[in-house]
Design a protein around this ligand. Structure first.
Ligand SMILES: [Zn+2]
Ligand SMILES: [Zn+2]
Ligand SMILES: [Zn+2]
Ligand SMILES: [Zn+2]
Ligand SMILES: [Zn+2]
Length: 280
């Protein structure tokens, strides 16, 4: 992940940058948007993102989501989920929905989760590792000629072999119809299957420059109240430089109070504006 050189007193800048990066993802092509471009981007993308969010999980044959795919989760192609197409103006009608990799030259046509064995890639029945296989459809081995396509008998924590699982891409309605959690609507890019806030802990560890580390699962999963939005509380925790700021001051208490008529986007937008004005 890229690093910013911070001006003195740059904590607010880090805060801004983390927020920016979560919203824009890879869509700026590595060159920061100007404030005008950023506003234009949000106007264009956020409504579509909140409307057409796709949830991605790795599902066991028993129907359990063994892995909720998040922005940083690796694909079989070795690129991260956030490097795949995740925003759609209209949700494709065909099923399964394919989320192709957007890294130039990558042959991956559809995001495909492969579990790791601890930190190690898993092996195919041809004995070669997942990343020795082609990411092009067919997934043949680049290291041998006897492989008819990646197939792993690695056993998931659920007791079922990896090959019996599916990477599932589905809409909010499709998840709700199965009684699966959908979480809060958030404006961030490539959220994939992340629903419970504790499922973000992994991402926090990577994004957090303060060294405080991820907030506890208990904290992240605290119930939604009118007074505070857990996502923002969590965000505050991850980006604040001193633990005291977790006890919310008067001004941020006011901003955390969500107006009843406000939708999520307006809420985030307002918080964003307030941050820009340096009120928190
Ligand atoms: Zn790729
Ligand atoms: Zn891929
Ligand atoms: Zn193989
Ligand atoms: Zn092989
Ligand atoms: Zn499983």
């Amino acid at each position: 992940m890229e690093r910013l050189t911070l001006p003195p007193g740059g904590a607010a800048a880090v805060d801004e940058y983390v927020e920016y990066r979560r919203i824009v993802g890879e869509d700026d092509g590595g060159k920061l948007f100007t404030p005008e471009e950023y506003e234009e981007y949000k106007r264009k993308v956020l409504p579509m993102r909140l409307q057409n969010r796709l949830y991605v999980s790795w599902r066991s044959p028993m129907g359990m989501d063994c892995k909720l795919v998040g922005p940083e989760t690796l694909c079989f192609c070795t690129h991260r989920y956030k490097q795949h197409k995740t925003d759609f103006e209209t949700i494709p009608l065909q099923r399964p929905i394919s989320l192709p990799c957007q890294v130039r030259g990558c042959p991956c046509r559809a995001y495909l989760y492969v579990p790791l064995n601890g930190t190690q890639p898993i092996r195919c029945r041809c004995k070669h590792f997942a990343d020795q296989h082609s990411a092009a459809p067919g997934f043949v081995c680049n290291a041998c000629s006897k492989c008819s396509g990646f197939h792993s008998c690695f056993t998931c924590a659920c007791g079922q072999p990896a090959y019996a699982h599916d990477t599932v891409v589905e809409t909010k309605q499709e998840r709700l119809a199965q009684g699966k959690p959908v979480g809060q609507d958030v404006p961030y890019a490539a959220m994939g299957g992340l629903t419970g806030f504790s499922s973000l802990a992994e991402g926090y560890m990577r994004l957090d420059d303060s060294g405080i580390g991820a907030p506890s699962a208990e904290f992240l999963d605290s119930p939604v109240t009118a007074m505070d939005h857990p996502f923002l509380k969590a965000f505050q925790a991850s980006s604040s430089s001193s633990p005291e700021t977790l006890t919310v001051g008067t001004s941020s208490q006011v901003s955390s109070l969500r107006k009843p008529e406000e939708d999520d986007m307006a809420f985030f937008e307002r918080r964003h504006q307030e941050r820009e004005l340096g009120q928190c």
